[in-house]
Design a protein around this ligand. Structure first.
Ligand code: CP
Length: 287
């Protein structure tokens, strides 16, 4: 985060470019749709003067059945320096790491983890509030399918924050407390003590069965609305990793009020990802 802070200013310049990673090649290996993560990694790499190659599953040999292992070995043969991987299967970054000499960054692997999202979330909170230790965050929604929830519980706890996950029982994974989070089924109760309300999208694309009776019922008990927000602290932060479904996890106009950091999180993502690329790609290759 300290390194990221020094990159914020670059994004505000007329010429947003540093020569730091000239001659390095980064492949964005995306097997799942993405707007924020893919574009911000691409911008981060370009602002550091790296060469960026965007891979999409549908336009590659993966569409003809090539395995992740063989695709990685093919990229490795091209002597690339880093792979940014997003994949629907948990653990896929480890398969990539075993088959290339390049540095590997997890940009989201199934329901497992999304570590760079957590770093940009922490960066945004610190920028807004000035500190992290002792803050109380509630993470609300589809915890079961959320890689952001898993990474954020670990990251927030590591920085000394308290974390509570709030969801219907069917959307809370077993043993989530082992990650260090408290659990609650009651959003109306949980909002009053929170410094941060972190909302999650219902991941219907990963839900193989019905986890809730209806979206209407979910909105009634777990959607953030103005009535609930009145119970919260005046300066509470409203966060969301995006993409959001306005009118479901968040009443539409609450996404645009001053307490919402949703757009700011996107901006933080570029500086944080520049820092990540800089830290893993600059310096001695043998380290
Ligand atoms: N937050 C996030 O990962 O968004 P994208 O799916 O658009 O990358």
């Amino acid at each position: 985060m300290t390194t990221a802070k020094s990159f914020v200013e670059v994004g505000e310049r007329e010429i947003k470019k540093l020569p730091t990673l000239r001659g390095k090649t980064i492949v964005n290996l995306f097997y799942e749709p993405s707007t924020r993560t893919r574009i911000s990694f691409e911008l981060a790499g370009k602002r550091l003067s790296a060469d960026i190659i965007n891979f999409s599953e549908k336009a590659s040999a993966a569409a003809k059945g090539e395995s992740l292992k063989d695709t990685t070995r093919t990229l490795n043969a091209m002597n690339i320096n880093a792979v940014v991987i997003r994949h629907p299967y948990p653990g896929s970054p480890y398969i990539v790491a075993r088959n290339t000499r390049a540095r590997v960054i997890n940009a989201g692997d199934g329901c497992h983890e999304h570590p760079t999202q957590s770093l940009l979330d922490l960066f945004t909170i610190k920028k807004r509030l000035g500190y992290l230790k002792g803050l109380k965050a509630i993470i609300v929604g589809d915890i079961f399918h959320s890689r952001v929830a898993r990474s954020n519980i670990l990251a927030f706890k590591k920085m000394g924050m308290e974390v509570k996950v709030v969801a219907p029982p069917t959307l809370l994974p077993a043993q989530v407390e082992e990650l260090g989070a408290e659990c609650s089924y009651n959003l109306a109760e949980a909002v009053s003590e929170a410094d941060i309300i972190y909302l999650l999208r219902m991941q219907t694309e990963r839900q193989a069965r019905a986890f809730i009776p209806s979206i209407r019922e979910y909105v009634r008990y777990y959607g953030l609305n103005r009535t609930l927000l009145k119970k919260a602290k005046e300066d509470v932060l409203i966060m969301h990793p995006g993409p959001m479904t306005r009118g479901v996890e968040i009443e539409s106009d609450l996404a645009d009020i001053p307490q919402s950091t949703i757009v700011e999180q996107v901006t933080s993502g570029i500086a944080v990802r520049m820092a990540i690329l800089y830290l893993i790609l600059s310096g001695d290759e043998s380290e």
